[in-house]
Structure formats: structure tokens, C-alpha cells
Design a protein around this ligand. Structure first.
Ligand SMILES: Cc1cc2nc3c(=O)[nH]c(=O)nc-3n(C[C@H](O)[C@H](O)[C@H](O)COP(=O)(O)OP(=O)(O)OC[C@H]3O[C@@H](n4cnc5c(N)ncnc54)[C@H](O)[C@@H]3O)c2cc1C
Ligand code: FES
Length: 261
């Protein structure tokens, strides 16, 4: 069950220009959260950034009762959040959202992330201890390719790509996924990132007959299913409805989601 919580900021670290990692002490979240879930953060007091902003849980340290969130400054909300200091309080509703499916005994998994969509995948990788894990991460350039040591440690194989070739392979991360699939069969692919990347991953999974889960990072309003800001189409072309990413997601089976062209 999610709760409104006022928790303490333990650490704020600048990982790259405009990307911050915040460590938060929370006994409740560390006991209840599962990979794929997010926190809805009140970024400032007063009327600025009135709506809470959704940020994925990037990692959980159960022993020390802390969780990490990693965020990129996009606008006023994340700007305010980056200004919080050690010891200050952060107001969260958490844990929220439908998590990744880890119920099956998957033996060989692929995780594909792009941009800020990589962050929830680290928590997933750290939790799936019995599977063989191949991780594919795509970034705009090397400045954005953060948390590489953490991803390396959490994966059996790590592939990095950048649009400009400043780190790893130059080109789309889905190119490397396709190449690997020539010799490996995964039980499931999990993906999170920009919509064009997600669509490509979904197509590749379908072509190769592999189960696939997508985590959608839609813009949100209320965060609790009361508006339609986060709507996405689910079902099939003949019989579809609007689902709420905040309440029904953010994780969906790829076969459930209808991506508009
Ligand atoms: C379930 C979920 C998990 C998320 N996890 C993370 C995370 O781990 N790290 C992280 O950095 N961000 C994450 N996001 C995105 C994050 O919520 C937005 O970047 C943030 O709300 C922007 O708020 P702002 O006030 O800084 O910017 P705003 O002033 O609200 O917007 C600034 C710009 O960012 C765009 N924008 C706003 N929200 C989104 C969005 N959801 N997706 C794409 N563009 C957006 C706007 O169109 C605008 O151009 C997540 C979103 C969702 C729905
Ligand atoms: S954000 Fe309002 S319904 Fe999802």
C-alpha cells in the first residue's frame, strides 16, 4: 500500500551535468517497494511545482533502509528537487505503480534502457539474482552515460551505445540487441526509455517470439488515476480503452499497449 511519507534526504550527488542521485532514508519504502515502482515527489513547498513529479525507484538498500532516485533536471520540479540538501525533508507518496513481472523463474533476461529510462532497470537487475542478465543501455552521449559501474556489477553482460559514439557503440542500442539475438534467446525483455526505442524493442521481441514488458514514463497530473493526463491506449485495434499509466502501469505487457504511429 502506498502512503504519504515525509522522509529524510541522506545524500545528494551530482552524477553529471543536470543528473542527480538522491538517497532517501525510508524504512517503509524499502520494506514495501518492488522493481518498476515509483515515488511521487512534492518538489517544493508553496504553489511552485504544485503537482507531484513521478520518479522511479532506482535502487533499494534494505539493510540501511535507504532508496536511491536518480533524476535529470527537465523543468521547475526537478530543478527544485536537485536543490534539496542532506538532512532536509522530502514529501513522497510511495511506493506507487504496477511493478515488473518477476514471478516466473526466468533464466535468461535482457534489459533495454534509454536515457532517463535506465534508472528503474538497475533496481530490477539487482533483484533478479538467479537469472543470467544482459543489459543494453543507450544514451545521447557519454555525458549522460551515468551509473555504469553499478550496471556492470548488476549484469553478466553490459552493452552501451551513444548517438554520437562518444561512449560504446555508435548508433541505436536496439542494433546491438538484434545482433545478440542472432545467437541468444532470452526468456523475457524488459524495457524503459523514449517511445521510439520502446516501440523498436517491442517489434524485435515480437519478431523473435519473446515476452516483453514495457515501463512507460508518461507525463502525469494527479498520479492517482483521477485525471487523464497519463492515458495510454491498451487492448487491440478493434477493442481498446484508455488505461492510466499511474494506476494500471507504469509497467505493461507489450502485447497490451497500442502505440500510435
Ligand atoms: C513512472 C515514471 C517514472 C519516471 N522516472 C524518472 C526517473 O527515474 N528519472 C527521471 O529523471 N525522470 C523520470 N520520469 C520523468 C519525470 O517525471 C519528469 O522528467 C518530471 O516530472 C519533469 O518535471 P519538471 O517539473 O522538472 O519538468 P516540467 O516543467 O514538468 O517539464 C519540463 C519538460 O519535460 C517534459 N516532461 C515532463 N514530464 C515528462 C515525462 N514523464 N516524460 C517525458 N518528458 C516529460 C515536458 O514536456 C517539458 O518539456 C519518470 C516519469 C514517470 C511517469
Ligand atoms: S496522472 Fe492523473 S490519472 Fe494518471
Amino acid at each position: 500500500m502506498s502512503k504519504v511519507l515525509k522522509e529524510k534526504v541522506e545524500r545528494v550527488e551530482k552524477l553529471a551535468e543536470s543528473i542527480y542521485k538522491m538517497t532517501i532514508k525510508s524504512e517503509y519504502i524499502t520494506q514495501k517497494a518492488v522493481p518498476g515502482q515509483f515515488v511521487n515527489v512534492k518538489c517544493s513547498e508553496g504553489i511552485n511545482a504544485l503537482l507531484r513529479r513521478p520518479i522511479s525507484i532506482c535502487n533499494v538498500d534494505v539493510k540501511n533502509e535507504t532508496l536511491d532516485i536518480v533524476f535529470q533536471i527537465k523543468g521547475i520540479g526537478t530543478e527544485y528537487l536537485s536543490q534539496k540538501r542532506i538532512g532536509s525533508q522530502v514529501d513522497l507518496i510511495a511506493p506507487l505503480g504496477k511493478p515488473f513481472d518477476t514471478s516466473d523463474n526466468y533464466k535468461n533476461i535482457a534489459v533495454v534502457g534509454g536515457g532517463i529510462g535506465v534508472f528503474p532497470l538497475l533496481y530490477l537487475l539487482n533483484k533478479m539474482n538467479t537469472a543470467k542478465k544482459s543489459t543494453f543501455l543507450g544514451f545521447r552521449n557519454s555525458n549522460y552515460a551515468v551509473l555504469q559501474d553499478e550496471f556492470k556489477e548488476a549484469s553478466d553482460k553490459l552493452f552501451i551505445s551513444t548517438d554520437d559514439g562518444s561512449e560504446g557503440y555508435k548508433g541505436l542500442i536496439t542494433d546491438i540487441l538484434e545482433k545478440e539475438l542472432e545467437s541468444i534467446k532470452y526468456d523475457i525483455i524488459y524495457t524503459c526509455g523514449p517511445t521510439p526505442m520502446i516501440k523498436k524493442v517491442v517489434d524485435i521481441a515480437k519478431k523473435n517470439n519473446i515476452k516483453c514488458q514495457v515501463s512507460l514514463e508518461q507525463r502525469m497530473g494527479c498520479g492517482i488515476g483521477a485525471c487523464l493526463v497519463c492515458a495510454c491506449k491498451t487492448g487491440n485495434n478493434e477493442n481498446w480503452k484508455y488505461s492510466h499509466v499511474c494506476k494500471d502501469g507504469p509497467v505493461f505487457w507489450s502485447s497490451e499497449v497500442i502505440f500510435d504511429d
